[in-house]
Unconditional design. Structure first.
Lengths: 134, 107
């Protein structure tokens, strides 16, 4: 690969890394400033993953001119795939446990669709499932 | 370009410190598990930035392993919280919620 192309790729890579680092920083600021578990979960899931994906793109662009560039890019793609698969699962399970063990601050909720659903199911089946106020 | 690399390092360090602060502040164990997730993601980003700076692909397997293992922590903490909640209910002779019908025993 020509030197000029490598230089351009390097610049794009550094900008990607910078954007990714900024998003990671924003995610952590949100983690500090947001008031409850669910909004913190939002900042941990979305900006953090986007930042990580941008950083992976940056690494890929930076390592592409090397001899083993193709393998590197493959590894990075797998890393990104795992993140995209696992982070929503973890956030979902943590949110679910938080809701059902009453760790959600209801004053901060705009809509509580899960409660309506659980309530109607409980009425239909005669069971009682847990929610925050009980 | 050096300035940009330094800015990246500073931002990532600050991100890790802030999520560490949330881990210390709590208040609930789920918050701590969540901030542990963010901390692992910051570590992934930092190791990735190192690989990019030095053009060093040897640390990439570390990225792979961290991205696989990172989420196990918060999931097992969630399971632990749910189990402990049920035990506490049983101790107080309160009805334990019915098992979840829509797939999975997450909570």
């Amino acid at each position: 690969m020509s030197d000029a192309l490598t230089a351009v790729l390097d610049w794009v890579a550094v900008l990607c890394l910078l954007a990714g680092a900024m998003l990671s920083f924003v995610a952590s600021v949100g983690l500090i400033r947001f008031p409850d578990l669910l909004s913190r979960m939002h900042t941990a899931a979305k900006p953090q993953v986007l930042g990580l994906l941008l950083v992976l793109v940056g690494i890929g662009l930076r390592l592409l001119p090397e001899e083993t560039g193709i393998f590197t890019v493959g590894t990075l793609a797998v890393v990104g795939l795992f993140q995209v698969i696992t982070v929503p699962v973890a956030a979902h399970i943590a949110a679910r446990v938080g809701y059902r063990t009453g760790r959600i601050d209801e004053d901060l909720l705009v809509a509580d669709e899960l409660f309506d659903r659980l309530e109607s199911e409980d009425r239909a089946t005669g069971t009682r499932r847990y929610r925050a106020s009980e | 370009m050096n300035v940009l690399w330094i800015a990246i390092a500073v931002l990532l360090g600050a991100a890790a410190l802030l999520s560490m602060a949330r881990m210390l502040m709590g208040p609930s164990i789920l918050d701590r598990a969540l901030s542990l997730d963010v901390l692992v993601a910051s570590a992934l980003t930092g190791i990735g930035a190192y690989a990019a700076l030095n053009r060093d692909p040897t640390v990439l397997p570390v990225l792979l392993v961290l991205s696989l293992v990172g989420f196990v922590g918060s999931i097992s903490v969630s399971k632990f919280v749910a189990r402990r909640h049920e035990d506490a209910l049983r101790e107080r002779d309160e009805p334990v919620p019915a098992p979840n019908t829509e797939g999975g025993d997450a909570a």
